[in-house]
Design a protein around this ligand. Structure first.
Ligand code: SF4
Length: 248
């Protein structure tokens, strides 16, 4: 079923945002903004791995190549060796090298020059034109580095918003489109960050903790009653609040 953008209730979104802030606090962005290209490559490294491993991969990559020119000129196997800890080293190293070459060609240097002045639509269009860069990665650059009102959607956010019944969509990209302009002003970062934390501790993919969930009454998940009587303890993760993109 194709969701009409105007069918999403702003009120329900606001209730969920407020509930998550009561449960987990209101996350604040760091004072210092990361360079957009650093953020783009950091987000690319985070694909299909956890934040801890991708953070390690990013730190090792920057240690080996303190500037992007050196990475662009290095053999691809050297990039692969630096990012090995993050997984998919061959695919990601090829993508990074190709991305750096393309950025150098289009921007005459290793900077996304002028991106701060672009509208969100242009940021998404230009960044997703690069090989291997999708909506989520492009939106992360806009939110985390450029501090835009934009709401990146990963698989976890997609899952939770569908369970809650806020969207009925098949893919994270469709959820991203459906949520466009549905987040109250100033709440994109808080909502994005809190949904990720919530998905790590309560609304888990395989065993959602519905019995202890403060959104139970709000939630439209058809199987929620089935999960209520399962053992309910918040998932133990060493650091559920660690967010790679806050560390770039
Ligand atoms: S009730 Fe269950 S499925 Fe719904 S949001 Fe809470 S944990 Fe997730």
């Amino acid at each position: 079923m194709k969701i009409k953008k105007n069918t999403i209730s702003h009120n329900r979104v606001a209730i969920v945002i407020e509930t998550l802030e009561q449960l987990q606090g209101t996350p604040q962005q760091k004072h210092q903004r990361a360079d957009p290209l650093d953020m783009l490559i950091g987000t690319l490294l985070s694909q299909n791995t956890n934040d801890k491993n991708s953070h390690q991969a990013y730190v090792r990559l920057r240690k080996k190549f303190p500037d992007w020119k050196r990475a662009a000129e290095a053999p691809v196997n050297q990039i692969a060796s630096a990012i090995k800890v993050g997984g998919m080293k061959n695919q990601k190293s090829r993508r990074i090298k190709k991305l750096l070459h393309e950025i150098h060609r289009q921007f005459s240097g290793y900077k996304l020059r002028g991106i701060e002045r672009w509208e969100n639509k242009k940021i998404i269009e230009r960044l997703t034109s690069f090989d291997g860069i999708g909506y989520k990665t492009a939106a992360c650059v806009a939110l985390f580095s450029l501090r835009r009102e934009i709401f990146p959607v990963d698989t976890h956010i997609h899952r939770i918003l569908n369970r809650l019944g806020i969207v009925q969509t098949k893919t994270p990209d469709k959820t991203f489109e459906a949520m466009e302009e549905k987040i109250p002003e100033g709440k994109s970062y808080s909502f994005h960050t809190n949904l990720i934390r919530f998905g790590r501790t309560v609304c888990l993919a395989q065993r959602p903790q519905c019995g202890i969930c403060p959104l139970f009454e709000e939630c439209g998940f058809s199987e929620k009653d089935k999960f209520v009587f399962r053992k309910q303890t918040p998932a133990k993760r060493r650091d559920p609040n660690f967010m790679l993109l806050d560390e770039i």
